[in-house]
Each structure stands twice: as C-alpha cells, then as structure tokens.
Write a protein of this length. Structure first.
Length: 163
C-alpha cells in the first residue's frame, strides 16, 4: 500500500474493511479532545449543578465512555475492539468560556483506537449540549481533534499545535 493512500478503498476504489489479521497485536493508545463554548452563566449553572436534566459533566463523561465502546456500530468499516480503557475528562475553562473534553482510549490489538477516542470526545460534547440546551441554545461544539496516538506499524503521532 502506498504511503498516504486511503486504506479503506480497494484497487477499484470500492470501500472495504481493512484486513488486520496479519498485523501484530500491540498496545495502542489514542488521545483526543474537543470543547463546548457557552455563555458564562451557563458554565456557572453547570458548575453549580443547576441544569434541569441533572449532572451535566457526569452524564457527558459516561456518554463518552459508552460511545467509544460503540464506535464500530456508528462508523462504517471500523473494527469492533475490546477496549481495555476509556477515560473522559471534562474540565471547566473560564477562558472559553465552557467545558474542555479530553479522552483516552487504549487497546491491545491489531488496529488503532483513534476513532474510539474521537467518538468519545464528540459524543461527550454533544451530551453537554443536550444536557444544557435549556439554558443556552447558542453553545458551540468545536475543536474535535486527535492529539496523539501510539502503537502499530505507522508509529507514534503527536499533534504539533497543542493549543
């Protein structure tokens, strides 16, 4: 396979699931992030526990973990993985203002966990929006991106612009 080619396309250009059967099992880790920008009053209400639907941060954390475990059901051609760890950290950031989401996915397997980490970040952000939309319909979700990954034949990746 040529460097930089799309692995999910065969020689005729048709989409297919990549055969990872001959790859070595290695520990693979990926980290992703995202954020939800909101009005300062919305952030204050979330921090105070005053959202009508309940604990926004705890619910979003759980939703992100659950989403990572369902990535293969959500994204065509993703392999189902036996994840050994998924973490979702959500922290208030007054400078946004809003909440920052950082995720980690880990597996010992034949394919990477980037999509699981990104799915966890995306769904955690969407859950924050859903939980707080009664307070602020103008919230913005953004910055969903892979920050780093390790393991596998393609080697490690660390995002250069960490800001």
């Amino acid at each position: 396979m040529a460097e930089g080619s799309l692995t999910h396309l065969d020689a005729a250009g048709a989409a297919h699931m990549v055969d990872v059967g001959d790859k070595a099992e290695t520990v693979r880790i990926a980290r992703a992030e995202g954020h939800v920008r909101m009005m300062p009053e919305t952030l204050a209400a979330i921090r105070a526990g005053n959202a009508k639907k309940g604990d926004v941060i705890a619910t979003a954390r759980l939703a992100g973990i659950m989403a990572a475990k369902q990535t293969a059901s959500l994204i065509p051609l993703c392999h189902p993985l036996m994840l050994s760890k998924v973490s979702v950290d959500i922290t208030p950031d007054e400078t946004l203002p809003g909440l920052r989401v950082e995720t980690l996915a880990r597996v010992e397997g034949r394919t990477g966990v980037e999509m699981e980490a990104l799915t966890a970040a995306s769904i955690a952000c969407l859950t924050i929006y859903d939980m707080a939309k009664a307070l602020d319909r103008e919230m913005e979700i953004g910055g969903i991106r892979l920050m780093e990954k390790s393991g596998g034949a393609s080697g490690d990746y660390h995002r250069a612009d960490r800001g």
